[in-house]
Structure formats: C-alpha cells, structure tokens
Ligand binder design. Structure first.
Ligand code: SF4
Length: 477
C-alpha cells in the first residue's frame, strides 16, 4: 500500500563522489577552476561517498589531490596546497537518505492520506542525517560499514529511537523480529567508542508505558553521561492511523505519565545531577499541567524534538514584556550540528522570504494575525494578550485546525498549505504570520505540496513565516 513499505535497507544506488552545487567567487575552489556540477570522486586517493566523507578526508590536510569528474565525462586530477583549514568555498549536494527496513506500528507514513505527495512516504533513517540534523534512527538495520563510519569519523552525537529496552516490546513496536530489534551490542560498541547518544521514546499507551517505560528510562540512565538525555514524546495519530493495536493519548494518560516520570526525574537529578528523562511539551499541555521551569531542562538537549520549546519561548516572552527585548535567550543545546549548514544546495524558505518590510522589528503597534497550531495557540495567545495590553498593538492569535491529517494532530509543524489557506477569510489586520516549520526546509512548499507562492497569492495581506525566535525578534522594541 505504501510506496516504500518494503524498501530494503540499502543506501540508494548512485555514482560515487559528491557533486559541487556552488563555488564562492574569489575562493580557492574558483582558483582551482572547480564548477557547479563537477563531481569530486577521490581526495588524496581515497574514494568520496558524500559530503561527510569529503569533509573528513580534507580536514586538517594542507596538501590535497582531488580527482574530479567533469560534466562532459572528462576526469582531471587537481593537486594544490592550502593553509590549514582554509575554506575552499564549495557547496555540495544534499545527502540522499538511506531508507529504513522497519514497519513501526506508529510510522508517520501510515498516517498520511493515500494521495499525499510521494516524498511523505519516504522512510528515511540515516546515521549521517542523525549526526548532521538530529534525525532519529532505530539502528536496527545499520550496516557494519555504517557502524565503523560513526566511530572512525566521530559522527557524534547520534539520535536513537529506542522506544523500549524490553526486547519483545521494541520488536513489536518496530514490526521486526527480535534479532533485528536487539541493538544492545551496537549501543555498547558506540558507547565504548565514546560516541554520545540522545535517546527517544515514542510513547504508545498500553504498549511501552508503565513498567516498560520505567525500565527503559532506568536502563538508559545507567549509561549517563554517554547517553546524554532521553525524550519521551507521545504518539500522534492522524485519522488515517486505524491500526487497532494503537491507543490514542488522552489527558488522563498524560497526567499519569507525568506523575510516573516526575518520580524518576527527581531520582535522576539526585543521582546524576540532571533531569535526564524529559517529557515532550505536548504531554504537559494535554494534561493541563504546568510546563516545568527552565532549570528542569538544563541546556535544552532535546528542544528540537518538542521538549522544552514552550518553556524556552515563554521565558523569552517574559523577558520581552519586561524589558522590551526578548532576544537574549538562554542558549539552547541546538542539536543541529554546526556543519549541517554546509552541504545544502538551496536557500531555506525562511531565508528566501525574510520578514523585512511590513513587520519590521521596532514597530510598536502591530496589527495582524498570527496563525499557529491548536496546541500552541492558547500559550501564544496568553503572551500576545499581555504584549497587546502593554504596547497598544492589535495582534490576534488564531488556532488552525489540522483538517489534512485530522485525528489528534495539533502541532504547528504538521499544518499544511490548505489548512492555512482555510483561515484566509478570518484574518484581521495588515499581515499574517505562519510558522516557518510548516514549510519544507530546503524547498518552499508545504506538506500537502502547495507552494509558498501559491499560498501567498490566496491571502489579501502579506504573509510572513516566523519561528518562535523570529517572532520574539519581530516584537522586540
Ligand atoms: S517510524 Fe521511522 S523507523 Fe519506523 S518505519 Fe517509519 S520511518 Fe522507519
């Protein structure tokens, strides 16, 4: 039924080498007459598979020989010297992700409408993207080559979907046999090689909660500090997830989970000195419970997994209301590796649509509509009401129902173009903002395939995309 449901866990077949997409003017790369579409096949005689290999093989080298395939088929050898760590001024193609070989009960692919665009059915699971962008992998189909690569190239930290350390439960959740689900040897090997791991548990009521969850958190905490943190996030089911083995997350389930995990958190703070096991913001919001304090989250090790985002935002907003400037935020441990910005070949939609005109920072009185997901809307509304009262602005927060995926999907990140457009007649004021996270990071389109330009054309006022930092910056005076 699903396009990639039985895709074998192999790296996509492709020609060796890494393709250059941009050469900075005046750079060493330009001096060497390297051009976009050139493929660097070898560095100092060693084969290059992708951007990470290129970076690894050039790091710290001052004498370099590139074997380059030109678009016309010609192969050239380029020998040159450079100062240590001198930037070559090259940008590269994106890494093509490897596919997983699991059949997870809760896989997001099973929650898509059948006519969703094909890329939504891609089950990527790639240790390179885990290192670069913090994507989770299950390690259940990792090859020996990949294991060696993590260790040799120090691709640390890695983000691992553990879900349960009880083997039967893990195998059941992943839809694979126990021998494949068992990653205990692999984890030990990575930890012994000093590779740091961040773990994730997608919490499924009646499957990996209760005693199984407690065992999982204790087993992982036993490896602290090499296992740095664990995020526990609730399973989100769309209206298309009809698997009867899955139970929806209820407010009562969330309250029970908070009570259970709070006890463990206290224990970990005492024994390890850190909270270690963090519950996703959604669990607190669904439970109607207070979001923990900043100290609870430390340096926000799992903020991009929706853990601590609300606390980080509300604290920044408090500062904004108090001082007029919220930008001095607690530096979060943003998990995207610094090198992640390098192998990109397209500008982000956010960058392409910079909010520069109608909502310039410093404007005291703003009149517009902020669209966000149903989960975050009440939190944002509370803060914006205070901001309006203080500045005389007339900002309206509107919760956008997710009609595309339905079910209990209420996060901003899964809103589609058509969900946002459905709000167009309700907009008040001179502009509208949408969450940046609704737009694909490397292409200006939404999850349903609508382009950003198409969406903009359907609104009668300018549309800007902002993330929470961008919003704080916009409102800072
Ligand atoms: S949830 Fe992730 S690991 Fe599981 S089947 Fe889907 S893509 Fe693969």
């Amino acid at each position: 039924m699903y396009e990639f449901a039985v895709t074998p866990a192999v790296t996509q077949l492709r020609r060796p080498g890494v393709i250059i997409t941009e050469v900075t003017s005046g750079s060493v790369g330009e001096e060497l007459e390297l051009c976009p579409a050139d493929r660097i096949v070898k560095v100092n005689g060693r084969t290059v598979r992708d951007y990470l290999d290129f970076r690894f093989q050039t790091a710290g080298e001052t004498e370099l020989t590139f074997q380059v395939k030109k678009p016309d088929g010609q192969t050239v050898e380029i020998e040159f010297d450079r100062d240590e760590d001198e930037d070559l001024g090259l940008m590269f193609e994106q890494i093509i992700p490897r596919q997983c070989a699991n059949e997870c009960l809760f896989c997001f692919c099973k929650g898509n409408p059948e006519d969703a665009r094909p890329s939504l059915f891609v089950r990527d699971e790639d240790i390179r993207l885990s290192f670069l962008y913090g994507n989770y992998t299950t390690l259940s189909s990792i090859t020996e080559d990949e294991m060696k690569r993590i260790i040799e190239q120090r691709l640390s930290p890695q983000y691992v979907s553990v879900h349960a350390t009880d083997l039967k439960t893990r195998a059941y959740l992943l839809g694979v046999d126990e021998s494949r689900a068992d990653i205990s040897d692999k984890l030990e090997r990575l930890l012994a090689a000093d590779i740091e791991l961040h773990a994730q548990v997608v919490l499924c009521p009646e499957i990996n909660d209760g005693a199984i969850l407690e065992k999982t958190l204790r087993d992982l905490a036993a490896h602290y500090p090499k296992v740095v943190s664990t995020a526990v996030v609730p399973v989100a089911l769309t209206r298309y997830n009809t698997d009867e083995r899955l139970t929806r997350v209820t407010p009562e389930f969330c309250r029970r989970t908070i009570r259970q995990v709070e006890k463990l958190q206290k224990e970990f703070r005492k024994t390890l000195g850190v909270t270690f096991a963090f519950l996703g913001d959604e669990i607190y919001i669904k439970a109607g419970a207070e979001i923990p304090s900043r100290r609870h989250y430390g340096n926000y090790p799992q903020i991009e997994d929706g853990v601590g985002m609300v606390r980080s935002f509300t604290n920044a907003f408090e500062r904004l209301v108090r001082t007029g400037n919220g930008s001095d935020r607690v530096p979060a441990n943003v998990r995207t590796h610094t090198s992640a910005m390098l192998p990109t070949n397209s500008k982000s939609s956010a960058a392409a649509s910079k909010n520069t005109v109608a909502i310039a920072p410093g404007s005291d009185r703003l009149h517009g509509t902020l669209l966000t997901g149903e989960m975050f809307a009440p939190i944002l509304r509370e803060q914006i009401d205070r901001y309006n009262a203080q500045t005389g602005s007339r900002l309206t927060v509107m919760a956008v129902p997710n009609t595309y995926f339905g079910g209990d999907v209420s996060v901003a990140g899964l809103l589609t173009g058509q969900d946002l457009v459905a709000m167009k007649d309700k907009i008040v004021g001179d502009f509208v903002t949408i969450p940046t996270v609704t737009i694909k990071s490397d292409e200006p389109i939404f999850l349903d395939g609508m382009t950003y330009d198409d969406l903009k054309r359907q609104f009668s006022v300018p549309v800007y995309d902002v993330d929470t930092d961008g919003l704080i910056e916009m409102l800072s005076r």
